[in-house]
Write a protein that binds this ligand. Sequence first.
Ligand SMILES: N[C@@H](CCC(=O)N[C@@H](CS)C(=O)NCC(=O)O)C(=O)O
Length: 259
Amino acid sequence: MIDFYGTGSPNVFKVAIMLEEAGLEYRTHYVGVLNGDNFTPEFLALNPIAKVPVIIDHAGAGPDQPIFESGAILIYLAETYLPELLPAAGHDRWEILKWLMFQMSLVGPMLGQVNHFQLIPSESDGYAAGRYRDQATRAYRIIDDRLKVSRFIAGDKYSIADIAVHPWMGYLKRHGLEEQDFPHLIAWRELLDERAAVKRGSAAIAEMASKAPQSPAATTSATLDGFFARRAPGPQVDLASYAKRGPMFTAVADKNAKD
Ligand SMILES: N[C@@H](CCC(=O)N[C@@H](CS)C(=O)NCC(=O)O)C(=O)O
């Protein structure tokens, strides 16, 4: 049995897909990151960085070694349960790890910051917002170019690199880009959307997302300052306008809303 801590977000979605691909038994624990539940002593004991996802694999690493950071979780689960998604050695392993690191270092952080700047009034910081938008566009372009010459992200086989990148690609339209300009990315995204494990993982994430505060009023400015790790109060967050772009923090629901 695996305890799986998360919320409705792309980094958590990666882990849900992987657990489903491996056919593992797991129970989900919703962590209300918008309300600071990730800063409780209990949660900090699992992850001192105060972020989801986290897993505890009672049959493997055990409760003494919770695993955090979605890339590390994917590596752990592949090596422990599904080595075809990350071979133990050789050419394919390094292709997969290179592209996984690209996702962890560029795709997640840059697209995540675009999400952040979409939450506050656009005039709050034009230079920073523009820079993140440019870097995110660069990441989307790299992925489309890669998928023009490669069936999957790391080569001709589905791997944990695909699982890491896919959940973030639901934001493309919301980030102001046109799907028709990224045809290879969209074709690959649709191929992955059809996988049974992705559908089941998506349902698990939708269930976690449904526990998030439904009304902006349920989240206070002070907790959002905490969520954004602001040292001083920042621009007022406009959750209502953000919500109008589609359901919050769920790449999956974004896509469903679009369909
Ligand atoms: N690099 C981390 C990022 C995880 C992350 O940013 N998680 C967000 C939810 S999407 C979170 O827990 N944010 C709460 C916070 O930063 O306080 C990973 O890939 O696991």
